[in-house]
Design a protein around this ligand. Structure first.
Ligand SMILES: [Mg+2]
Length: 263
């Protein structure tokens, strides 16, 4: 009789333990699923690009390149090459990655933290061998100059610069026309995160997504094969006009409407 009671108690204990374990698993599954989902998202978005470390051209490529003119690549600064934050002015919390450079602007009494887009140095080193570089920023000169000096690293590759005062005013919008950098439109292109600026230069623009401070950003290195190929063309518009959406009018109207609503 005593043995039967013991067996029953062990049976009850086993059932209770099993129930407890099952309940814990059921409670953990949504968290586990969430956690696994986040891990998957991180690795699914990470697409490492391996680009040739040397710029070795085959005789055919050299011969092809000799038939076309060297092109001008106009590069935007903010949110294309770098992102800046004002000291102490974080939207939520300070970024997890450290800033690369900081400078004080006495005219505004503000210290800026500069965050370089990942692979920027490598990108500039490569494209400076393929193109004549011009930096065109809508920022004012006293703000942009210290940043560009820092990005140049004493190499003299970012010496051609255009600033806010070089932009053309279109209904209150600052337009960066590539023709201000080179009048030969067959041999000039703009790399910019602003769809409006790209629209103003439809046929001569390559859009890049805005840089939000993130160490996993691959946009610059992903662009290298495309920019490498583009330098072999006789007229960049033969390619860019096929892949640039002509949305100037809609973008312009949207911007003007938003400005009107804000004022
Ligand atoms: Mg920009």
């Amino acid at each position: 009789m005593l043995l039967k009671s013991d067996s029953f108690m062990i049976y009850l204990f086993g059932v209770a333990t099993l129930g407890l374990v099952m309940s814990m698993i059921c409670a953990m599954v949504p968290r586990l699923r969430l956690c696994l989902g986040k891990i998957y998202q991180i690795y699914a978005e990470y697409t490492p690009v391996i680009y040739l470390s040397e710029d070795r051209l085959t005789p055919v490529s050299k011969s092809r390149l000799s038939l076309v003119d060297k092109k001008t690549l106009v590069i935007d600064m903010d949110e294309t090459m770098i992102t800046t934050l004002r000291k102490g002015k974080y939207q939520k919390k300070p970024p997890s990655v450290p800033h690369d450079f900081e400078f004080y602007l006495p005219e505004s009494d503000v210290t800026f933290y500069v965050y370089k887009r990942p692979h920027l140095d490598y990108f500039l080193d490569r494209v400076s061998k393929w193109y004549d570089l011009t930096i065109f920023t809508a920022g004012i000169e006293i703000y942009a100059s210290p940043i560009l000096d820092f990005l140049d690293r004493g190499k003299g590759i970012l010496n051609r610069r255009l600033y806010r005062h070089d932009c053309i005013d279109i209904l209150g919008l600052r337009a960066k026309y590539v023709s201000l950098a080179s009048t030969d439109l067959s041999n000039v292109l703009l790399l910019d995160n602003s769809r409006t600026e790209c629209s103003f230069n439809a046929g001569n623009a390559v859009h890049i997504k805005s840089y939000r401070i993130d160490s996993r950003d691959q946009a610059l290195i992903n662009l290298l094969p495309f920019l490498d190929a583009l330098r072999f063309t006789k007229d960049v518009r033969s390619i860019l006009q096929r892949c640039t959406r002509f949305e100037c009018l809609t973008t312009l109207l949207e911007s003007v409407t938003q400005k009107t609503l804000r004022s």
